[in-house]
Every structure is written in structure tokens, then in C-alpha cells.
Design a protein around this ligand. Structure first.
Ligand code: HEM
Length: 405
């Protein structure tokens, strides 16, 4: 199969449902392949799934994030391009430094009891809903509310706003997918950005009048006092991107992870009380069922990567989910092995843009999964899971389970 056929397969409905055979086919062509020139992926020159090569490009600060042409005319792209996730140094370094200071060990420590409280409340509700063997949706009842409620408390968003907020997050995420650049999806993403900007302007005004202990109050105070190098508009863009980045990804960590864990009863039995195993399970779930499948970087100069020429300003598609199953780095790459040694997966990226919230998600997973499985030792999946249909953020959207009565 040539690379064109592989990419067509990967972007197809079937590929989105299960992209892993296509990544394996890409590995057969080596760590990187030239993309045949075609309209659908015309900004992309090459596609890489080799672990070492993807790792090398992501670590190199000269490989940069390229804004699409005409971005100034679109609200969603203006929002992205004034946030740390989409910009390059020096703006990236400046913005990231402000937020990096808020993810301190002290704040993470303070999040532990919040996570435990949220998880235990949801487990009580699941027990009630699943009494008498009734089927329940694990995504609606657990995978979605855990990160949403934890992040809402961390950032300082009222819980009652979350359902409204979730719709806007979905519009933005649909636009980010490979096939997302349609006029309809762009319009919805622009609407989401406009409404979220208005939402945050209001929230900031309220917190300015009545500051609380939350992240937003602290940041507003610091911006107003001129203590941090950030404008209010940049603060808003970064809050939008931070919340967006934080929660569908973590939803999928739980929903993609549960079937993997349940397929290994020995691990399920050993998990409660074994913290090292819980950490290993979280990392192995993220490697094998990565929520984010690809990133892109543009070349700083005419160069060559793994024998493939890439010209200045051309983009390379970096298949992190494929790299996470590179047989050269992960022996027997499709096997779930939470005690595996070896390099870290690239599920959170690596280098200057490495996920700012990795420790938050890992903590949620490490605390929540053992509690879930201790509470419901007979938990089973009752129907074939339904995937989101997006390749960029790939995950299970509906997962029916029985708690065991
Ligand atoms: C399992 C859950 C998560 C996954 C798989 C994930 C994945 C990623 C990846 C792959 C990147 C790198 C983007 C790039 O290099 O272009 C990233 C960046 C980022 N993530 Fe996460 N993430 C998760 C959870 C979170 C959480 C909980 C937060 C916030 C609390 C968060 C906030 C961010 C931010 C702000 C960035 C941008 C950092 C920068 O550009 O410097 N993420 N994430």
C-alpha cells in the first residue's frame, strides 16, 4: 500500500474508527514519508510516525507552529493565535510562564481532595443508577463529569455553566479535526469563540468586583496590577484554550482506558492499593489509546528529515498516536502492559509545548481508576463502544456498562 492509500484510509470513516492498522502500515514505510501533493492535505509535505523522529521535531524549538492564512479575519483563529498553545517564542515563553506558575505542587496537592470528593460523589450516583443491573453510560456518568467538575473548580467556573460551555468546546474541537475546515464548522467555531470571549469578559468583571480563591481571580488581580506580562484579551484567549485542552482529552483518557483495563482482570484485581500500578495504567492507557492523535510543525529552513526533503515553512504531520506504537521503541507495541519499561509516550507531546496539564490528568487517572474498580469489581462493558469520529481527538463518546448490580 502506498502512502497516499494509507492516508486516504486513515482519514476515512473506517480509519477514524480504528486508525492503528494504518499507523502500522506507515511504520512499514519508515519513520517519515512524503505526502503526495493533493488538495486535502496540501499544507502538509510529509507525515511522520517514527517515535525518534517525532520526538526530535517536537523538542526542536525552531520547528514552529504555523497560523493558517487569513487567520486575522476569523475570531476562532485570533483567539488561538493569542494563546500559548498556538504561538511561538518569544510570545509562547511569555504566556506559558504566567500559567506555568499556577500549576504548582501546592495547587496540585490542593486538587487531590477535590478529585476524591468529585469521584466519590459520582460513584455513589453510578451505584444508584446501576442498581438492579441497569445499564448506564460511563461517559455521561463518570468520564465526562470528573474532568469537567475538577477543572471548573480549579479554574473557577460555575458548575451550572458547564453544559452550555461543553457545546462550545465541541464546536471548537470539530473545527480542529483533519476534515474540520468546512464553512459550517468554521462558522460554529467562530460563534463559540465570540460567545466564550463574552462569557469570560463577564466572569472577569465579576471576579474583579468580588475576588475569590480561584485561578481566574488570581490571574485577574495579577494582570490588573501589571505583575504578569499578559493583556486581558490574552488572558481570555488562554483561559479558553486551557479549558478546551483540559477536558475532552481527559474524558477520553477515562473512556478509552476503561475497556483496556477491563480486558485485563489481573490488573483490575491488583489496582486498588497499588499506586505504582495505577500510574503505570494511566501511562499505558495514554500510550495505547492516545486522546490526541497528531500535531503539526513547520520547518524553519530547507532541510531533510529521515531522508525526506522538507522545505522552509512546509508542515510535517506528526502522528503521536502512531509514534506511541512504534515497534522500534515499544516491543510488541499493541500489547497493554502497565509495567512496561521504555521511553515515555508522546501522548502529552514533548518539548516547549509539552502539555501544561499533564500532572493534573495523571493525578485524576491515578486517583479515580483504583476507586472506580474497587467500588465496582464486577464492572463490565455491555455494548460495542461508539467513537467520536474525529481523528485529532479520538475517543469513546458512549460506553454502556453494568456496575454489577
Ligand atoms: C489526558 C489528558 C491530556 C492530553 C492527552 C493532553 C495532550 C496535550 C498535547 C499532546 C499537547 C501538546 C500540544 C502541542 O505540542 O502542540 C498539550 C498541550 C497543552 N495542554 Fe494538554 N492534554 C491533556 C490534559 C490537559 C489538561 C488537564 C490541561 C489543563 C489543566 C491541559 C492544558 C494544556 C495546555 C495549556 C497546553 C499548551 C501548552 C503549550 O503550548 O505550551 N492539557 N496537551
Amino acid at each position: 500500500m502506498d502512502v497516499d492509500e494509507i492516508l486516504t484510509g486513515l482519514y476515512s470513516e473506517q480509519g477514524r474508527q480504528n486508525p492503528y492498522p494504518w499507523y502500522a502500515a506507515l511504520h512499514g514505510h519508515g519513520p517519515i514519508s512524503t505526502v503526495p501533493a493533493r488538495a486535502e492535505h496540501s499544507t502538509i509535505t510529509a507525515v511522520a510516525a517514527g517515535y525518534d523522529l517525532v520526538d526530535q521535531v517536537l523538542r526542536d524549538p525552531q520547528w514552529y507552529k504555523q497560523a493558517p492564512p487569513g487567520w486575522q479575519e476569523q475570531e476562532i483563529l485570533r483567539t488561538f493565535n493569542s494563546s500559548m498553545m498556538f504561538v511561538n517564542p518569544p510570545d509562547h515563553t511569555r504566556m506559558r510562564s504566567v500559567f506555568a506558575k499556577t500549576f504548582t505542587p501546592r495547587r496540585l496537592g490542593a486538587l487531590e481532595p477535590v478529585i476524591v470528593r468529585v469521584v466519590d460523589t459520582l460513584l455513589d450516583r453510578m451505584a444508584e443508577a446501576g442498581a438492579d443491573g441497569a445499564e448506564t453510560d460511563f461517559v455521561a456518568d463518570f468520564a465526562y463529569p470528573v474532568p469537567a467538575l475538577v477543572m471548573a473548580e480549579f479554574i473557577g467556573l460555575p458548575e451550572s455553566d458547564l453544559a452550555w460551555y461543553r457545546q462550545r468546546v465541541d464546536w471548537i474541537d470539530e473545527f480542529l479535526d483533519v476534515a474540520g475546515k468546512t464553512p459550517q464548522r468554521l462558522a460554529l467555531a467562530n460563534q463559540a469563540a465570540e460567545e466564550l470571549r463574552a462569557y469570560y469578559r463577564d466572569l472577569i468583571a465579576h471576579r474583579r468586583a468580588r475576588p475569590g480563591e480561584d485561578l481566574i481571580s488570581g490571574l485577574v488581580e495579577a494582570v490588573d496590577a501589571g505583575d504578569v506580562p499578559l493583556t486581558e484579551e490574552e488572558l481570555i484567549s488562554n483561559l479558553i484554550v486551557l479549558f478546551n485542552a483540559s477536558f475532552v482529552t481527559t474524558v477520553y483518557m477515562f473512556s478509552n482506558g476503561l475497556p483496556l483495563l477491563l480486558a485485563h482482570p489481573d490488573v483490575v484485581a491488583a489496582l486498588p492499593g497499588d499506586d505504582a500500578l495505577a500510574r503505570g495504567c494511566v501511562d499505558e492507557v495514554l500510550r495505547l489509546a492516545s486522546p490526541v492523535h497528531f500535531l503539526a510543525r513547520a520547518a524553519p529552513r530547507d532541510t531533510e528529515l529521515g531522508g525526506v526533503p522538507v522545505r522552509r515553512d512546509e508542515n510535517v504531520l506528526l502522528m503521536i498516536a502512531g509514534a506511541n506504537r512504534d515497534p522500534a521503541r515499544f516491543p510488541d507495541p499493541d500489547r497493554f502492559d502497565p509495567r512496561r519499561d521504555g521511553p515515555p509516550s508522546l501522548a502529552f507531546g514533548v518539548g516547549p509545548h509539552f502539555c501544561l496539564g499533564a500532572a493534573v490528568s495523571r493525578l485524576e487517572g491515578r486517583l479515580a481508576l483504583p476507586r472506580l474498580l474497587a467500588r465496582f469489581p464486577r464492572l463490565t462493558v455491555t455494548r460495542t463502544p461508539t467513537y467520536s469520529g474525529s481523528l485529532f481527538l479520538r475517543g469513546i463518546d458512549k460506553l454502556f456498562v453494568s456496575t454489577g448490580g
